[in-house]
Design a protein around this ligand. Sequence first.
Ligand code: FPP
Length: 235
Amino acid sequence: MNIPEHIAIIMDGNGRWAEEHGEERVFGHQNGVNAVRNTIEGAGEAGVKYLTLYAFSTENWNRPKEEIDALMELLVKAIHNELDNLMKNNVRLQTIGNIESLPSKCQIELKDAMKKTKNNKGLTVVLALSYSGRWEIVNAVKEIVKNNVYEKDISENSFSSFLNTQNIPDPGILIRTGREFRISNFLLWQVAYTELFFSDILWPDFRKEHLFEIIEQYQFRQRRFGMTGSQIDNH
Ligand code: FPP
């Protein structure tokens, strides 16, 4: 089986899941943590190297304050409670995004978890927090200007090294749950040749079995990177 090194997920549908259960939106986010735990476990079992989860976008700051506060609180709690599990499963935690914009409690918890898991050699879970693809690209341009990089030294490869994902391979698979068909400003540069999968499942119901099913479907996609089918077949 061809297992992609990197899978990225847009975890959508928490709010609608809560509504369907006659509950407040936060209830959906709380149950979304179960899906996160199970998916991390599944990605590790499948032998995936990197799993990037879109946990909070730059645009999510526009949500009602109570929901933002609840999400940040949930994040702090989840990271704290899941740390033993991450250690047990040999998972390393990393982040991408504007981490300094998060509440300090959140930053402290993240820093602690990243420090404790930094030598784990299994799956790397990358949490995208206060992240957006355009923010990341603009940030990279600012860094390039600040560092007085010469025009001749700018290439796709060197540009990639200024992104938050500098040492992470581009995703082989991008999954979006929740019956929406958008990229929503996620990993814009990195998904240039990524295989896209859209799932009808609302995020709190997503489980490793769904992930395995998508990995199976991925086997039937031919990644041509702009070449012809026969060029790939003869390779
Ligand atoms: C999108 O659903 C989901 C989010 C904005 C938050 C995702 C966060 C979690 C699953 C919890 C994070 C926990 C960890 C440990 C990473 P939505 O609210 O946009 O749903 P809707 O489209 O149905 O309204």
